[in-house]
Design a binder for this molecule. Structure first.
Ligand code: DQA
Length: 161
């Protein structure tokens, strides 16, 4: 069975409490349960993590190399700041889907740029916590198609910064 890594960055442990008008009332435990049931349904093993420490996130991304079929990542505020996470995702050579609960493009200008989008296969924003399920579904869909996950690489030309 293939493994997908679902990674969550800073402050996402506060989901349900933090700005519910933006992020909703579901907790991170609810999101984890959603991801695990999607994984069960689609025959994918889900590893789910959250951290407020950038080095920990980078270590998890490095450890994904050669081990997991895909990474679903909500990098939180590191989306907009972290060249280190961008570089780690390139080094991992694992297909990436970037997820944001809120529609970042409808929010402050500093949320409009993402270092992660430059290395992501796809980006989901504004679907609420369902975005995680959509991302997991998409990996399962790719696995069923002729290409398969293993043929998907992140080495597409990146946009100019
Ligand atoms: C977020 C959007 C980011 O801008 C913000 O810093 C977060 C959460 C989202 O899921 O909508 O922490 O990634």
């Amino acid at each position: 069975m293939k493994t997908l890594l679902v990674l969550n960055g800073p402050n996402l442990n506060m989901l349900g409490l933090r700005q519910p008008e933006v992020y909703g009332r579901e907790t991170l435990a609810d999101v984890q349960a959603l991801c695990h049931s999607a994984g069960q349904r689609l025959d994918l093993n889900i590893e789910f993590h959250q951290t407020n420490h950038e080095g920990q996130m980078i270590d998890w991304i490095h450890q994904a190399r050669g081990r997991v079929a895909g990474i679903v990542i909500n990098p939180g505020a590191w989306t907009h700041t972290s060249v280190a996470i961008h570089d780690a995702l390139i080094a991992a050579e694992v297909p990436v889907i970037e997820v944001h609960i809120s529609n970042v493009h409808k929010r402050e200008a500093f949320r409009h740029h993402s270092y992660v989008s430059l290395v992501a296969q796809a980006v989901l924003a504004g679907f609420g916590t369902h975005g995680y399920v959509l991302a997991i579904n998409h990996f399962a869909h790719l696995q069923r198609t002729a290409q398969g996950l293993s043929l998907i690489h992140i080495s597409e030309p990146t946009r100019p910064y």
